[in-house]
Design a binder for this molecule. Structure first.
Ligand code: GRG
Length: 290
């Protein structure tokens, strides 16, 4: 499993490095590269490749789309660590981007990574039809904005030190984390020109994978070490974050995560042995938190 993820991470980083090298230079490139290459599992690209393999999609095309997704993910981490958001000084075991380069530079490097995602998806290197490119760009924009990551982050900050229902916590986590995973699961179907209903089915699977990922991340914060998390742990409680652990307790949250895995796997049954890679990735996500 580790080897498979590492290969995807290597191929994604190589594409991104070459893409950036071919651009004109600017002072923001170093902080952007820091946000992109200072570690990171590239788990979103792995999910994209796993779903892509269900539909026999071309690996190189998926790596390019994954690179765009990783730009948005890196942007979200840089902004998430800012003093006006979660105010985290360490990310991936290293100083956060704003600590290393200053706050305004971190904001601008984050913004530039967002727009780089669209440059990648609209680039001629991505050899797919214009119509599919537009559909991908439309879906990733929707996933990142007020109905997706940005909206979820708003709720995350708004819910601090408040009593929040399970439904609302799930809504926040699905937006903040799940929407980008929804895009990873929907993109292969968009590439295959599938209909709206089929795309939605995979977006829902992606939302559950994202929720599983966020729950695992919360479990790592609750019980994991700084080494595993790459950042300080036990912060959620101190900050009064609304998480499923704060509502259900540790053991019930693990049960909830296992039920999510079963629910996702049952929807993948129709793909037979082809779904093995994706199922393994789901177990990897939860096992990291144990
Ligand atoms: C609109 C993209 C965008 C951002 C602005 C700051 C913000 C709004 C959103 C924050 C979203 C966020 C950071 C959600 C948490 C998701 C999460 C669990 C991240 C950790 O992901 P890993 O473990 O990170 O995949 P690595 O280091 O492996 O890349």
């Amino acid at each position: 499993m580790k080897e498979k993820i590492d290969k995807i991470a290597k191929d994604t980083n190589l594409f991104l490095k070459t893409f950036i090298d071919k651009q004109k230079k600017s002072d923001l490139i170093v902080p952007m590269q820091y946000g992109l290459f200072s570690g990171g599992k590239k788990i979103r690209s792995k999910i994209l490749i796993d779903v892509g393999s269900l539909f026999n999609l071309n690996y190189k095309i998926l790596i390019i789309i994954g690179a765009a997704i990783e730009c948005i993910h890196a942007y979200s981490l840089i902004h998430d660590d800012l003093p006006c958001m979660d105010n985290d000084a360490i990310r991936r075991g290293k100083p956060s981007t704003h600590v290393k380069f200053g706050e305004s530079t971190a904001v601008l490097a984050g913004n530039s990574l967002l727009t780089m995602a669209f440059e990648i998806l609209s680039h001629k290197k991505l050899n797919i039809s214009e119509k599919i490119k537009i559909n991908l760009i439309n879906k990733i924009s929707e996933s990142s904005g007020h109905l997706g990551i940005a909206g979820g982050q708003y709720l995350d900050l708004d819910f601090e030190h408040k009593k929040v229902s399970k439904k609302k916590i799930i809504e926040m986590e699905v937006k903040k984390t799940g929407k980008l995973f929804s895009f990873c699961c929907a993109a292969p179907l968009i590439l295959k020109n599938k209909n709206k209903r089929q795309i939605e089915k995979f977006e829902n699977i992606g939302a559950d994978i994202g929720l599983l990922f966020q729950v695992a991340d919360d479990l790592i914060d609750y019980k994991g070490t700084t080494k595993l998390a790459g950042k300080k742990t036990r912060k959620d409680k101190k900050r009064g974050k609304a998480t499923l652990i704060s509502l259900l307790g540790y053991k019930n949250t693990i049960k909830y995560a296992n039920n999510l895995i079963n629910k996702i796997n049952s929807r993948l049954k129709m793909f037979g042995p082809k779904s093995k890679n994706l199922s393994e990735t789901l177990n990897y996500i939860l096992d990291r938190s144990r």
